[in-house]
Ligand binder design. Structure first.
Ligand code: ADP
Length: 463
């Protein structure tokens, strides 16, 4: 800032920009008056000398002021903002506005200055009250005025204007002028508005989506609960039904057996045959009911899982099956087997059912060769029972794990079709999975997973 402007404006932006005298001179200058009114004195001679001195003085001041004014004008009229000066005599009357006002609001500098309250009539009606409040606050606090208002341009367009102004006061502290700058922030406002709208939209969508998800979650929770409830009911039903059926069935079975013993050969041949069927049916139903009861007794494992040595369980299973193993000359072997988290009796059921099936579904042309193996998979162990039996068609790979699902007639391979369903229930209750990999005539491998029962230190012990 040049020294001259500095003199006019003061060194600090926070101090009044003009001294009252300098301001008055500037105003006279702006209004076209070049000299101050000359006081009338009594003595012509002294008056003349005094007038001459004053005139020389005035000229010097005038020159300095013109220079200052020229520099000031060049400066303010080059900036891409509107500069203004308004008198605070009763209202706020525009005294000076820089020509940039025309590109901002469409009114010329001249029009603006001819009508000192034109600015107020162009202030958006909805912003006027706010202006009064904010202006009053500035007058009282003396703080810098800074705000944003809408103005109506000549063509009716709404222009957002950012204004900043400083109050200029006289020595007694009375407000004299308002001196400041204003610039067009319409684009910024529009961008802000677009952003705001996008934000609102985003928030709305997030809320909507969250509500949808919450609804879906609630529905899922309800369904899960419903499923668990109906599952528990079914289990209870299966248990009660099979348990309660046992007693009358035992009666039917024993009396038909009695009937068979006592009346065999005493009635006709048809009667003997029919009694045979009844005895058979009753015995078979007893077996089914027993198996169903066993199945529904596979309860929740809960806290009952303990580190269980699979090798010991395997040995027990083989011991329980030793007659069947010996009968068919089977070869049953196992790799070193790990410790898993399990309920021992349930794990024994799994091993026993799988090995029994491997013995039962053997090929006719060679004795069964059964191999039990294990490999570590992260926190789990993968275990398998492999045989060289008749195999299973891929399309039945899932069905065979369902209750009472069998692929063969009872004549060839006796059974009730519940062994694998029990294995699946046990493994899943232990948090694992079970599946089969097989091909007809090429043997089968039943895989299942269980949580490892050892610490991390022992990882790989069996790998
Ligand atoms: P069950 O042995 O009483 O028939 P399972 O539930 O144990 O009942 O087995 C269901 C069916 O799966 C069997 O009937 C058989 O068809 C098939 N299956 C099970 N294990 C084997 C196996 N190791 N090899 C071939 N088929 C098998």
């Amino acid at each position: 800032m040049s020294g001259t402007v500095g003199e006019l404006a003061g060194d600090s932006m926070e101090r009044p920009l003009l001294t009252p005298e300098a301001a008055e001179a500037v105003l006279r200058e702006l209004a076209g008056q070049t000299t101050a009114p000359v006081a009338e004195g009594p003595e012509p001679g002294r008056v003349f000398a005094a007038a001459e001195r004053r005139s020389a003085e005035t000229q010097r001041v005038e020159t300095r002021l013109r220079l200052a004014e020229a520099r000031y004008r060049t400066l303010v009229e080059q900036m891409p903002v509107v500069t203004f000066l308004a008198a605070l005599d009763g209202g706020v009357n525009e005294l000076y506005v820089s020509p940039q006002i025309e590109s901002m609001l469409g009114f010329s500098q001249k029009e603006w200055l001819e009508d000192p309250i034109l600015w107020y009539t162009r202030l958006h009606p909805d912003d006027r009250e706010r202006w009064h409040v904010e202006f009053a606050r500035t007058c009282v606090s003396g703080e810098r005025f800074r705000s944003e208002y809408r103005f109506l341009a000549r063509n009716g367009r709404v222009v957002w204007v950012h204004g900043e102004a400083q109050m200029v006061r006289d020595e007694a502290g009375r407000p004299l002028f308002l001196h400041g700058v204003a610039y067009d922030i319409t684009e910024k406002k529009h961008a802000e508005e677009v952003l705001w709208r996008l934000n609102q939209e985003l928030e709305r969508r997030v809320l909507e989506r969250t509500a949808e998800l919450e609804q879906a979650n609630a529905a899922l929770a309800r369904q899960t609960e419903e499923l668990a409830r109906s599952n528990a009911e079914l289990e209870q039903f299966a248990y009660v039904a099979s348990h309660d059926l046992q007693e009358p069935l035992r009666m039917v079975a024993s009396f038909t057996q009695l009937l068979a013993r006592r009346y065999e050969g005493k009635l006709d041949a048809d009667a003997d045959e029919f009694i045979g069927y009844v005895v058979d049916g009753a015995v078979r139903m007893q077996r089914l009911i027993n198996d169903l009861l066993t199945y529904s007794r596979v309860g929740r494992t809960g806290d009952t899982l303990v580190p269980t040595d699979c090798a010991a369980v395997f040995t027990t299973a083989c011991a329980n099956l030793r007659v069947a193993i010996a009968e068919c000359g089977a070869e049953v072997a196992a790799d070193p087997l790990p410790t898993v988290m399990a309920e021992r009796s349930q794990l024994l059921q799994v091993f026993q059912n799988l090995i029994a099936n491997a013995l039962k579904f053997r090929r006719e042309d060679e004795p069964p060769r059964i191999h039990v193996g294990a490999s570590r998979q992260g926190a789990d162990w993968l275990l398998w029972v492999r045989d060289n039996g008749i195999g299973i068609d891929r399309q039945y790979a899932e069905r065979i794990f369902l209750v009472f699902q069998r692929l063969h007639g009872r004549r060839h391979y006796p059974g009730t079709g519940i062994g694998l369903a029990i294995c699946k229930k046990v493994v899943e209750r232990h948090g694992g999975q079970i599946w089969v990999d097989s091909e007809p005539d090429r043997g089968s491998t039943f895989y299942f997973t269980l949580r490892a029962g050892d610490d991390a230190e022992n990882d790989g012990r069996y790998a």
